[in-house]
Design a protein around this ligand. Sequence first.
Ligand code: PGA
Length: 252
Amino acid sequence: MRKKLLLGNWKMNKTPAEAKEFALAAGEMVDFAVAHDIEVGVAPTFVCLTTVKENINPKCIVAAQNCNEHASGAYTGEVSIGMLKACGISWVILGHSERREYNGETSEACNAKIKALLANDMVPVYCCGESLETFDKGETKKWVAEQIRTGLAGLTPEEAAKVVIAYEPIWAIGTGRSASKEIAEDTIGFIRRTLRELFGNVAVDMRILYGGSVKPTNVREYMSAEDIDGALVGGASLDPVSYKGLIEGMVA
Ligand code: PGA
């Protein structure tokens, strides 16, 4: 049985004071989610991780939006997995389309980070998804399969089982144009079959999230799809009232 997961991706939003305000407001809604068997989390910027971790309900996952695969050294501007661990962080989002586009993050680079995270008992949330051009050409599945194969290359089934996948069509991110439940379900079902080819039966228990303009008003529809195990939410995760609406929408 795969537990539903709601993860808020705050991107480059919120000062530490604003993040603290959210964290303090989130206590009851996290309990409400957990009581309904839903795992919830937020991914603040690096500078807000400690503030959020120290002020939010301990049942809430606090994730980073990136990490570096090296232990330490001359990597200006980077943050290591050991540093995140020292801040009590054990989840990291990788391969988000914005990082792929603006920071040149490749599936190969994600693969190295995923391996380093798994070696440190951390949970990688690996994002994949196609551009509008690829979608219009009907090449979504080919594109996403390549991202999955490369990003998870060399993992054992036991390791793969610990990875959370997020399918986010780029044309649906921040645009208000969410993918229909049918499109999301079709691609996510395909991702699960691809994972099964690569890793066997553990794929049945791997969580695959949908992301892209998920709102309190449409989250319920996605959750009704058999293969969709939760949501990675940007804009609608920033405000505690909206976040609560997402949780309520996920409650069956
Ligand atoms: P959005 O972003 O919910 O604002 O579309 C989703 C994401 O990029 O993770």
